[in-house]
Every structure is written in C-alpha cells, then in structure tokens.
Design a protein around this ligand. Structure first.
Ligand SMILES: NC(=O)c1ccc[n+]([C@@H]2O[C@H](COP(=O)([O-])OP(=O)(O)OC[C@H]3O[C@@H](n4cnc5c(N)ncnc54)[C@H](O)[C@@H]3O)[C@@H](O)[C@H]2O)c1
Length: 308
C-alpha cells in the first residue's frame, strides 16, 4: 500500500512497484492543498493496470484503514500535509494529518499482517543547525510546525516497534525534485518561470542553502527498505546548493532571460540543510546517484515534454 500515492513521491513509488510486478493499493484523499487534478493525472496511467487499486480515503479514518489492511505486506506512508509555509499559518492540519494520521495508521496496522512500514519523514526534523552535514544524531529542533509533526510521527513509528514489534523505518528526505513534483516547491516555480522568461522571485537574499534530492534516488531508498533497515536514515544528495546558485543553474539550463527579484524571507524556513548519507550507505547500501545538474536537466526536459 502507498498512502498519499497520488502525490508527487507516492506516484513514483507506485510506478516503480508496478514495474516490478507488485500488486499496489493507493490510498489518497485528493486533498486540495494543491490542484487535485494534478494528482488524478499522476495516477491516470496506473488505472488500467490490473495490479493497481485506488482507494479514495483518509489516513485519519481508522475504520477504513483496518478494513483495507488485509493482505497488505508493506506500507509506504507518504500521505501528509506537506509544505512548511502552510504549517506556519495553520499548524493544526499538519498535526492532524501527519502526526495523528500516522498514529492512526500504526494502530490499525497492529491488527494486520503488515511486515513493515516505510515512513516518509523529512530533513525538517533537524531545524536549527548545530553542525553540517546533518547526521542522524544531530539534535532535533524543528523550526516549523510541519517539522514537529514529522518528528512526532517518527517517534510513534519507533515506539510502536519497541513496544509492539511493528517493524518500521523512517526516511528523512531532503528537498525532493523531479517530474510531477509539487507545484509549491521552489525548483518547480523557478523552472516554470525560467522556461517562460518570467520574473523569478527569491525569498531572502538567496544565500540559504539546500540539499536537493532527485526523485529516482528517493524511490530507490524506499524499495531497499522493504528488506533492509530500521530506525531513521537521511536520504539526501549530500551536496548543498545556495538558492542563488540554483537559480543560475536553472536559468542556464533553460537558456532563460528571466529577471531575478528579491523579497522578504519567509518564517519557518530552515537556514541550511545538508545530509550525511553515511548511515544509509553503511546499513542499507544506499547512496545518491543523481547530481543536481543532471536531475535539473531531466526535470526541464519533462516540463517541456508535458507542456506544463
Ligand atoms: N517533496 C519533498 O521535498 C519532501 C521532503 C521531505 C519529506 N517529504 C514527505 O514526503 C511525503 C510525500 O510528499 P510529496 O512531496 O509527494 O507531497 P504530495 O502533497 O504531492 O503528496 C502527498 C499526498 O498525500 C495525500 N494526502 C494528504 N492528506 C491526506 C489524508 N489525510 N489522507 C490520505 N491522503 C492524504 C495528498 O492528496 C497527496 O496526494 C510526505 O510525507 C512529505 O511530508 C516530502
């Protein structure tokens, strides 16, 4: 089962699982945080596949979860109220979906034969930087309600394994990009503007740095974790790029004439993120394979081919 399977990352996990001959159930409530039609389009190619089943429903609905968990071996838990900025405006929703929703899923899973839950976590659980790169022992001081909600969800996964033996792993994704990426994420906004020669707006001075991770590397880590790993792992590129540098790369790749303007910084945004992937490499044999330059080129090609 892939919760949030109609979203950006979930739909890629489904695509890979189906291509390997698995039977896949997608649970998604087509939340309107961004246009639900984009999500319907994400899963459209799977609807004809006999091994694919779509359940429209909510992770907060425990009765539903109990009913559909029969026969499920693995859960890739991607459903969430994503987005840092919206969590600053409305902290309750990410708490209800990300924390309570995950607790709900774990409780329902106790009555099933589920072998493992692969939980989507986030680099946002680190927040305030004490040193870089972040390793998994770096203190957790999230700077947004979203980060808090994802950290709590991780703890619930850990405690359910320790108390009740329900196996899980939490993958701390570092800003993910690639085809079908969420329209609210910076790379998506910058690339679409650049391709149309429209003005690119940067929040703050552009010197915040981010570890950007290509979707293919994220999907590979998820599939590895069906058989390997427990606890938490950073899943990031291990390379950071300043927003100014990112925009320069995007402008170059898209041969754009976009003008750049700067506006006020946004509260809740971390100053810097950079992952150490040493633990993932040692314990589950995962390391990133796609560089930002290659990943951005592929993303630009995808946008042009899908005429977005
Ligand atoms: N994209 C990133 O850069 C990034 C980084 C770190 C962590 N994550 C995490 O990865 C996961 C997937 O993120 P994404 O970028 O694909 O986001 P997304 O918004 O594209 O996908 C999430 C999906 O969950 C669904 N959903 C929301 N609330 C639900 C609910 N109550 N019940 C059922 N389904 C619900 C949405 O409709 C959506 O299809 C999330 O857990 C997110 O927190 C993403």
């Amino acid at each position: 089962m892939v919760t949030g399977g109609a979203g950006f990352i979930g739909s890629h996990i489904i695509e890979k699982l189906l291509s390997k001959g698995n039977e896949v159930m997608c649970l998604d409530n087509f939340d309107d945080y961004y246009d639900p039609q984009i999500k319907r389009k994400n899963i459209e190619p799977f609807l004809e596949n006999e091994s694919f089943q779509l359940i429209e429903g909510d992770v907060r609905d425990k009765v539903l979860l109990k009913n559909i968990f029969e026969g499920v071996d693995y859960v890739f838990h991607e459903a969430a109220q994503a987005g840092i900025r919206i969590s600053v405006k409305d902290p309750m929703k990410p708490h209800e979906v990300n924390t309570t929703g995950t607790l709900n899923l774990l409780e329902a899973a106790l009555d099933s034969d589920i072998k493992k839950i692969i939980n989507a976590s986030s680099s946002s659980v680190y927040g305030k930087v004490e040193y870089l790169p972040f390793d998994e022992n770096h203190p957790n001081q999230p700077v947004s309600p979203y980060g808090v909600s994802k950290l709590l969800a991780e703890h619930y996964c850990r405690v359910f394994e320790e108390l009740y033996g329900l196996k899980s792993v939490s993958l701390r994704y570092f800003t993910v990009y690639g085809p079908r990426m969420r329209p609210d994420l910076a790379i998506s906004i910058f690339m679409k503007a650049a391709l149309k020669n429209e003005t690119i707006t940067i929040f703050g001075d552009g010197e915040k740095t981010r570890d950007f991770t290509c979707i293919d590397d994220i999907v590979r880590a998820n599939l590895i974790c069906m058989k390997k790993g427990s606890g938490v792992y950073n899943i990031g590129s291990g390379h950071s790029v300043a927003i100014n540098e990112l925009v320069s790369k995007i402008i170059e790749i898209s041969e754009s004439e976009s003008e750049i303007v700067y506006t006020d910084s946004v509260i809740g945004d971390a100053e810097h993120t950079l992952s150490s992937y040493e633990k993932a490499w040692k314990e589950i044999g995962w390391k990133p394979e796609i560089s930002i330059d290659k990943g951005l080129e592929r993303y630009a090609e995808w946008i042009l081919s899908s005429q977005l």
